[in-house]
Design a protein around this ligand. Structure first.
Ligand code: F6P
Length: 324
């Protein structure tokens, strides 16, 4: 293998740049030519492919976002789109790919590998931490810390005004960010997609809590089955007649996706990027280079996509016990 290319796809996450840097420099270390593809799968289809040098990735380690840009490609979902992508890669002589992203990214990579045999290794880049085959995903730690900082600030104003805040954090299908923020921020309740908490359970819990605590924080993962924080708050406050003005919502949104990556995310991005290139060189294809128990583990894309990574039940219990 002489020429490889790297791309980022799906939602960006802090630490993706560290990962790109590691792929480029590891490739060069092993005498490969490394290409950067902009805008993920759309960039492959459109031939947005440029050769990278060691200096192309200078001064990016500490930056959020992704210098290669990101996109969610509809065209790559079609056979015609993938055919165009294959033609572009052949034209550029690219023999192996490193895909940085989440399960959508890996699904595309897997189909592409199965259809055209282009070797692909993935790096787990998503703030959601919902990828099987790695203890953590690149960007999760930064996102949790960003959300936590916000929750600490909300706590100040909640306490000052005796208010109940519903704080919505990201996590379309998973409660990883929510549970870690809830524990770290001392939230009174957490609502995650993995467990069922009904509106009446929330109301009853808060009513009881208001006998002893003047302010509370409920962390809501955006994918909770009762709806987003706003929907939940509107329903809950109907149970608190006369006290409705005490109920507030803060949706943290995309600030969780940005910012300078933490040391953990820089390290994870760097390790995973290096492991992906070594995987390509050692015939480890159609899999993701994750870190489990501090060791590099290559997990087949099939498992990354289809197996779920359950929330640690101990975390849920911990949050519950410490919130009384
Ligand atoms: O997949 C990561 C994630 O941050 C989800 O938690 C969130 O639902 C989604 O991205 C939002 O992405 P976008 O606004 O880019 O579509």
């Amino acid at each position: 293998m002489k020429k490889i290319a790297v791309y980022t796809s799906g939602g960006d996450s802090p630490g993706m740049n560290a990962c790109i840097r590691a792929v480029v420099r590891t490739g060069i270390y092993y005498n490969l030519e490394v290409y950067g593809i902009k805008y993920g799968y759309d960039g492959i289809i459109n031939g947005n492919i440029k050769k990278m040098q060691s200096h192309s990735v200078s001064n990016i380690l500490q930056r959020g976002g992704t210098i290669l840009k990101s996109a969610r490609s509809n065209e790559f979902r079609t056979k015609e789109g993938r055919q165009k992508a294959y033609e572009q890669l052949t034209k550029h002589g690219i023999e192996g790919l490193v895909a940085i992203g989440g399960d959508g990214t890996f699904t595309g990579a897997k189909v592409f590998y199965e259809e055209y045999g282009i070797p692909v290794v993935g790096c787990p880049g998503t703030i959601d931490n919902d990828i099987y085959g790695t203890d953590y995903t690149i960007g999760f730690d930064t996102a949790v810390n960003t959300a936590l900082e916000a929750i600490d600030k909300i706590r100040d104003t909640a306490a000052a005004h005796d208010r109940v805040f519903f704080v919505e954090v990201m996590g379309r299908d998973s409660g990883y960010i929510a549970i870690e923020c809830a524990i770290g921020g001392g939230a009174e309740m957490v609502m995650v997609p993995e467990t069922t908490t009904t509106i009446s359970e929330v109301s009853d819990y808060l009513k009881n809590l208001r006998k002893t605590k003047t302010s509370s924080i409920v962390v809501v993962a955006e994918g909770d089955e009762e709806g987003g924080a706003n929907t939940i708050m509107e329903k809950v406050k109907t149970e608190f007649i006369g006290d409705e003005k005490k109920f507030k919502v803060t949706t943290l949104g995309h600030i969780q996706r940005g910012g300078s990556p933490t040391a953990k995310d820089r390290l994870l991005g760097s390790r995973s990027g290096l492991a992906a290139v070594e995987g390509l060189l050692n015939g480890q294809y159609n899999c993701m280079a994750g870190i489990i128990n501090d060791q590099v583990v290559y997990t087949p894309f099939d498992d990354c996509i289809n197996k779920s990574k359950p929330l640690n039940k101990d975390y849920l219990k911990l949050q519950e016990i410490l919130s009384i």
